[in-house]
Design a protein around this ligand. Structure first.
Ligand code: TEU
Length: 534
């Protein structure tokens, strides 16, 4: 049965993000593929996944691992064929799961035929699919290169928000908006249940006035798109907005607003990094993080909807970032899941997170990510010491999330029979799915329990969220409440013992979930305890 039979189905769904390149290789070329995803559908179903968000699988020169699309209507041969994709959709549907496509709608690859035509001739109607200027104002693109690139054939510069390989589409051109609509309708027809809209605020800008994203037409564009592709709201439209302010999120996701279903916002990432600088690593400011979540949870309650996520393919492994990937790997990986996934929103798990996969410390030659390599080069040029730069790379490179999925303790972690495109994390001998499936105390087993618990009580879907002791620098605790039922989630973010949280007048406590055997008078290192009471 299709999963998207009601307009709000995605509120209860668990979305699992697959980075196809690193999930499972079946043909020995060291790169994951669609048959590899099909091979693990039962694993994903058993975990509790309802929808699978695939990072881009379209034909692409892979400068940015598929976020540079050269043909929106095909499947890159490295990942398989359209028949493979159709089989994936059908096999997923058999298990009552759906596919969410990643839609890169702000830019194409510079190899896309639209851009090829656009950059050959100013008179070509496709020229106006992109953004051009006679001058370069010196703006930098997100990944470090200049945002404006000169094209001699047309004697003009084109604009790329992210890199010169990713020229921005000109959304002011109604034909561009129609072209995006047609792409979405094509995949909808194929049976996908939603889209993850990449870098969505960038589609509207006002470059003359220095506005590079979240421009004046952002919301009208989204309303137009939604009306055209999903008037009944059954497609899950999941917008990625790394710059999101709560105010915008309310507009995006208001039930009456008819724009997006839910929003991925990234404010959580600022509490252990520098302002606007992901490479600076600071200790986690827990009160700041709680204040952030409190603001968003209150701000969207009954008003909008957010994704709950710990990481994605652009972020380091969460157990290394907020937890302890050494002695307390298991405990902290489980605790972090309880902390974030028991709030209000749609749970989005990134592959391998459910195993407690950790960051990988590689040498610079082994990294593939363009952002990481640009960062390393720029720091070297600025005279920084390689060891110092590598500390930041080890902590924050996007390739931390992209090392191959660890299926077993066999050769290359069971990911490939060949040489993987990115080195497997050597911890795969202990951290792998086969082993965790046998172990009732594994991170994987905890994720299954957690997701089952979420489904079993309305309070997790609809209840309000109230943080308790928000200034406490060590314990992250909140109460979910609905119709008199109060669930308390206590999470110790440290390796030291901490006092338990006492709620006044609370009676009849029942333990719903924990990451230690039994409970104690105190919270043990990285302990989480979830209790229900009235
Ligand atoms: O990322 C959007 C984004 O805003 C990035 O700046 C992100 O913050 C950055 O990767 C952090 O280091 C999306 C995709 O998720 C990303 O993988 C793509 O590279 C990017 O768009 C361009 O398509």
């Amino acid at each position: 049965m299709p999963i998207n039979t009601t307009p709000d189905w995605w509120k209860d769904a668990v979305i699992y993000q697959i980075y196809p390149k690193s999930f499972q290789d079946t043909d020995g070329n060291g790169i994951g593929d669609i048959p590899g995803i099909i091979a693990h559908l039962d694993y994903l179903k058993n975990l509790g996944a309802d929808a699978l968000w695939l990072s881009p699988v379209y034909p692409s020169p892979q400068r940015d691992n598929g976020y540079d699309v050269a043909d929106y209507y095909g499947i890159d041969p490295v990942f398989g064929t359209m028949q493979d994709f159709d089989l994936l959709t059908a096999e997923a549907e058999k298990r009552n799961m759906g596919i969410i496509m990643d839609l890169v709608l702000n830019h194409t690859s510079d190899q896309h035929p639209w851009f090829q035509a656009a950059s050959r001739d100013r008179e070509d109607p496709l020229h106006d699919y992109y953004i051009w200027s006679d001058t370069d104002d010196g703006t930098k693109a997100v990944f470090g290169d200049p945002a404006w690139t000169y094209v001699p054939q047309v004697c003009r510069y084109y604009y790329g928000s992210f890199s010169p390989y990713q020229p921005d589409l000109n959304w002011e051109n109604p034909q561009v908006r129609r072209a995006v609509r047609d792409i979405m309708l094509f995949w909808k027809e194929k049976g996908v249940v939603g889209f993850r809209l990449d870098a969505v605020p960038y589609i509207s800008k006002d470059l003359r006035n220095g506005i590079r994203h979240t421009g004046p037409d952002l919301h009208p564009y989204l309303r137009e798109l939604r009306q055209a592709v999903s008037p009944d709201g059954r497609l899950a439209l999941c917008g990625e907005d790394t710059e999101a302010e709560l105010e915008d999120a309310c507009i995006y996701t208001a039930p009456s607003g008819k724009e997006l279903s839910l929003i991925f916002e990234f404010g959580q990432g600022f509490y252990n990094s520098g302002e606007d600088d992901k490479w600076t690593v600071r200790p986690l400011d827990l009160p700041g993080l709680k204040a952030h979540y409190a603001q968003w949870q209150h701000g969207l309650h009954n008003t909008g909807w957010m994704a709950l996520f710990l990481m994605n393919h652009d972020m380091p492994r969460i157990v290394s970032d907020w937890g302890d990937d050494g002695k307390w790997r298991r405990e902290s990986a489980k605790m972090l899941a309880a902390a974030v996934y028991l709030m209000q929103g749609t749970v989005c798990i990134y592959q391998g997170e459910e195993l407690g996969m950790a960051n990988s410390r590689m040498s610079i030659e082994e990294y593939q990510d363009m952002e990481t390599l640009n960062y390393y080069r720029k720091c070297l040029e600025a005279g920084e010491k390689p060891e110092k730069i590598m500390e930041a790379v080890h902590a924050r490179s996007r390739d931390n999330a992209r090392t191959p999925m660890q299926w077993s303790d066999g050769r290359q972690a069971g990911f490939t029979s060949g040489t993987p495109w990115l080195r497997v994390n050597p911890d795969y001998r202990t951290v792998n799915a086969a082993r965790e499936e046998q172990d009732p105390d594994s991170v994987l087993a905890f994720y299954k329990k957690l997701l089952a618990l979420r489904r079993s009580r309305d309070v997790f879907r609809e209840g309000s969220v109230q943080f308790v002791d928000p200034g406490n620098p060590a314990v992250f605790a909140y109460v979910r409440e609905k119709d008199g039922e109060r669930v308390l989630v206590e999470c110790n973010f440290t390796s030291a013992v901490q006092p338990r949280i006492q709620l006044q007048g609370r009676q009849k406590c029942e333990v719903l979930l924990g990451n230690y055997a039994g409970t104690a008078e105190i919270l043990r290192p990285y302990e989480t305890v979830v209790t229900a009471g009235v």
